[in-house]
Design a protein around this ligand. Sequence first.
Ligand code: ATP
Ligand SMILES: Cc1cn([C@H]2C[C@H](O)[C@@H](COP(=O)(O)O)O2)c(=O)[nH]c1=O
Length: 205
Amino acid sequence: MKGKLITLEGIDGSGKSTIAKKLQENPDICNFDPIFTREPTRGTLTGNAVENAIQSETDQLAELFLFTADHAEHLAKLVKPSLEKGKTVISDRYSDSRYAYQGITLKNRFENPLEWVKNLHSEWTVVPDLTFLFDIEPEIAVDRCGKRGEQTKFEKIEFLKKVRENFLSFASDEPERFVIIDASRSREDIEKKVVQKILEFIRHD
Ligand SMILES: Nc1ncnc2c1ncn2[C@@H]1O[C@H](COP(=O)(O)OP(=O)(O)OP(=O)(O)O)[C@@H](O)[C@H]1O
Ligand SMILES: Cc1cn([C@H]2C[C@H](O)[C@@H](COP(=O)(O)O)O2)c(=O)[nH]c1=O
């Protein structure tokens, strides 16, 4: 595959979508005409199923399969065809979210849920070329989300602490893929750092 896949990851409220939006408006980024996308996908059969699942008490294993089905659909319909055309794809959340979140939600179902979820993907997913980890204390992220956070089941401090640990362990295992962003900084600082890294990455290639 000729194009490059860049992902934005981090706990709920870490500021990924805010920066994804800023990237879409940034002239240096727009210059190479990337495809912006996200997981869960929006307005698709699988994305709608995920949306319903995360707003209810769905079985955690069923939820994993819905997220994974959405990933398969996302790969088949958008990510792979775009990469094959040589496009850069920038995704707000991707498979590391599954490893980090479902690696925790499934802790009572498997001896090593993280490995189980990774193995489920290993034969068919596309591993990102570059991943930004928006790292932040869950207390700050939840506070930023305010009332919005009170409505979703994942936006709980104790849960997000474990998810954050998972993300940090991925970054430490694959330092060549991950760039850790201090997401407690201002939007402007973060945008500058992310844009600079993306441009370095694209030009270096
Ligand atoms: N650097 C920042 N400083 C202060 N507030 C911020 C910053 N970045 C984002 N916010 C605010 O924090 C809240 C969460 O941001 P955002 O929706 O971008 O996070 P997210 O990581 O995409 O969350 P989720 O994964 O839950 O969708 C929003 O109200 C946003 O305006
Ligand atoms: C892709 C993915 C997401 N999640 C969680 C993370 C969030 O709490 C919600 C929805 O994501 P959004 O960015 O807030 O819209 O779902 C997950 O648990 N597993 C995943 O694979």
